[in-house]
Design a protein around this ligand. Structure first.
Ligand code: HEC
Length: 124
């Protein structure tokens, strides 16, 4: 019964568009809301979210398991003090953005390189 309920809620909140595209759908969310503190320059809580290695090594993303990923629980945290990003760091995520992050983690949390940085052979 519990499982059925969570499947229904996952279906309701899943983005309709199918496979998530990291560069188009996910990176802009992380980059706007998280990289200031968990990115290339600053790593609060020793956490960096701009690389898959950083995000999975620290265990905050468990690929395939959004419900077990602290990244998801922290952006949804009912405790305002614990919710990411912190209240004084700008806008909180919208339900649509959280749904996108969940779908991306569900689909394996890949960080494929942007085409602009891909080897020339892949486009010639
Ligand atoms: C203004 C700085 C700031 C921003 C922006 C920010 N964080 Fe954080 N984050 C922190 C600090 C400081 C901590 C450590 C204290 C704590 O756990 O609350 C932390 C801790 C965390 C943790 C727990 C790490 C651990 O190892 O337990 C997660 C997960 C997290 N942040 C995710 C995010 C996500 C996802 C975003 C963007 C949606 C984000 N944060 C944006 C400052 C920030």
């Amino acid at each position: 019964m519990l499982l059925a309920a969570s499947l229904v809620s996952a279906a309701l909140f899943a983005p309709a568009a199918g496979p998530v595209d990291f560069a188009r759908d996910v990176r802009p969310i992380l980059s706007n809301a998280c990289f200031k503190c968990h990115g290339p320059a600053t790593q609060k809580a020793k956490l960096r979210l701009d690389t898959r290695g950083g995000a999975t090594k620290s265990g905050v993303i468990v690929p395939g398991k959004p419900d077990d990923s602290p990244l998801v629980t922290r952006v949804c945290d009912p405790d305002d003090e614990a919710r990411m990003p912190p209240a004084d760091a700008g806008e909180r995520l919208t339900a649509g953005q959280v749904a996108m992050l969940r779908a991306w983690i569900e689909q394996g949390a890949e960080y494929p390189p942007h085409w602009a940085f891909a080897p020339l052979g892949s486009v010639c």
